[in-house]
Design a protein around this ligand. Structure first.
Ligand code: AMP
Ligand code: ZN
Length: 523
């Protein structure tokens, strides 16, 4: 019995060893070509409105900042699209071998609503009779849960606006010292006209200064501004405003645009490689970010500005404020009158990846049904891929197919073309399985690795089956270790039993001994 379990245990480690060998083989295949592929990546730069060869500031390293959500309500599918586009971009940069520092912030203060001087989080907190931080926590948790369901990678840093008030105050002081901001009645505004005397306000959005009026409505505090184009760096808090901090000018709160300038420069430097967000953030948010960074550091902060296009519903932009949106959970349950049934996160991810990130994408039940068919066809082929057998000769031009996949992604992350190439692979897989096409052992191995890495690592697709079977496997492995630990304890082999417990802890798995036996939780 004991021998059998030890054998199982060995088997498990042999499996892991096999996995590691496959990974090393994949690395071996990639190493020789990665460097040349890195050199061919082109990115559409919204600053110059053209595709440019991507040349990071530091060879082999990428700094990328993406504006995160304002956590005052559930993320809708439109928000998910933008974040998913950058998740795919992050994944491909990693796949190419770049070391990426990916910063995506959480806006938990300062994002003003269009029709009042209050920020969105404070307004929601008042409406729901909750602490602002309760609102922030509730919707940050929702954001993370949703992203996890869609199989997002975690960014390297997820800084919050409220965690960087000191830095924001410092930045305002610098901008005032540099003569580009002024204080009125406890609030501080950026002097757009003055800035525009020497710099170009409108460099990104290409708006003329006279058109660049942030809000057309006359807001309460707007009379404080010298010019309507000016924007708030610091707002004095009205008595009912809950989120408030001390500053040299008043008890108040920072303007929304400032947090991204401060957090991007803090974690990525005064000049960094990529800044992303949805198209709708280009103006005023990103235009203001450039102006603030120039005013602080006299450097144009971002080398490649990237903007994702909008997800629409019935031809109109999905949006929180108009209510024209669908929530991810409505899709997973099918509980929305626009849907004929529930859809899995994998299908939605596939649907989004079928469009280029710079194209408008319209959401409809029919489009998702079609995506589901395509997704299932791809996943069926991947299952078949594992069973394929090698031949003595090869009838497929594998090199050409592989280059087509890389060319697609190197052409400004063209996922629809990549997917077309993956369906070419589906054709090959089906033909190999019935003996009408063939690959040699070495090529078949490479083919399997490349298909899987584009589907799973780059596009981030994941089948429901795979998700459950992975967690089943984990359950099985931990149960096995618990059993071995129990036997070690019975034999008074405390060293081994402690070792199993401690090593599981380092993997984030906590064993709990109770009267009904040992259970475990995964952190
Ligand atoms: P917010 O929480 O409103 O700041 O938005 C978070 C992100 O979602 C921003 O990058 C927006 O550009 C993006 N976004 C908002 N609506 C849509 C939409 N309909 N389609 C794609 N992205 C969107
Ligand atoms: Zn931002």
């Amino acid at each position: 019995m004991k021998h059998l379990e030890l054998k199982n245990f060995r088997c498990f480690f042999l499996q892991i060893h096999k996995g590691i060998v496959i990974i090393f083989e994949a690395i071996k295949i990639n190493v020789s070509t990665v460097a040349s592929r890195m050199q061919r990546l082109t990115i559409y730069n919204s600053l110059t409105n053209k595709k440019e060869l991507f040349e990071p500031l530091k060879k082999g390293y990428v700094g990328m900042y993406v504006c995160g959500p304002t956590v005052y309500s559930n993320v809708h599918l439109g928000n998910v699209r933008t974040f998913m586009s950058f998740d795919m971009i992050y994944r491909y940069l990693l796949h190419l071998g770049y070391k990426v520092r990916y910063v995506r912030n959480i806006t938990d203060a300062g994002h003003l609503t269009d029709d009042s001087e209050e920020d969105k989080i404070s307004t929601k907190a008042r409406l729901e009779k909750l602490e602002p931080m309760e609102i922030v926590h509730k919707y940050t948790v929702d954001f993370h849960n949703i992203l996890q369901k869609f199989n997002f990678l975690s960014p390297s840093i997820e800084p919050t606006a409220t965690g960087h008030i000191v830095e924001q105050i410092k930045a305002i002081e610098t901008i005032i010292d540099n003569g580009l901001a002024y204080e009125v009645n406890g609030s501080v505004y950026f002097d757009v006209l003055k800035y525009n005397e020497t710099e170009n306000y409108g460099i990104l959005s290409r708006r003329k200064i006279e058109d660049a009026i942030e809000n057309t409505r006359v807001l309460d505090g707007q009379s404080d501004k010298k010019n309507p184009q000016d924007f708030a760096l610091w707002k004095k808090a009205e008595p009912e405003h809950i989120q408030r901090w001390d500053s040299p000018w008043s008890v108040g709160f920072p303007g929304w645009h400032l947090e991204c300038t401060v957090m991007s420069t803090k974690y990525l430097g005064e000049e960094f490689d990529i800044h992303g967000g949805g198209m709708d953030l280009k103006f005023p948010h990103h235009e203001c970010e450039i102006a603030q960074a120039q005013a602080c550091n006299q450097v144009n902060p971002v080398r490649y500005w990237m903007h994702g296009n909008m997800l629409t519903l019935d031809g109109k932009k999905m949006s929180k404020s108009t209510g024209n949106n669908i929530l991810p959970n409505e899709i997973f349950t099918g509980e929305n009158e626009k849907l004929s049934k529930a859809f899995s996160p994998g299908v939605i991810r596939f649907f989004m990846m079928q469009a280029h990130y710079r194209s408008i994408l319209n959401f409809s039940n029919d489009a998702i049904l079609a995506a589901e068919k395509g997704f299932n066809r791809l996943m069926d082929a991947i299952k078949l891929l594992d069973t394929l057998e090698a031949s003595a000769n090869s009838s497929i031009d594998l090199l050409n197919w592989k280059e087509n996949c890389y060319n697609a992604m190197n052409d400004d992350f063209n996922t629809p073309i990549l997917i077309a190439n993956l369906f070419e692979a589906v054709k090959y897989i089906n033909l190999i399985s019935i003996g009408k096409e063939s690959l040699t052992a070495e090529e078949l191995n490479e083919f399997k690795i490349i298909v899987r890495s584009f589907v799973f690592d780059v596009l981030g697709l994941e089948t429901e089956l795979e998700k459950t079977s992975n967690s089943d496997k984990l359950d099985g492995v931990v149960e096995l270790l618990i059993q071995l630990r129990n036997e070690a304890r019975e034999n008074k082999n405390w060293g081994l039993s402690d070792q199993i417990r401690d090593e599981l802890i380092t993997l984030g798995i906590q064993l709990k001994d109770g009267k009904d036996g040992t259970t475990f939780s995964v952190n």
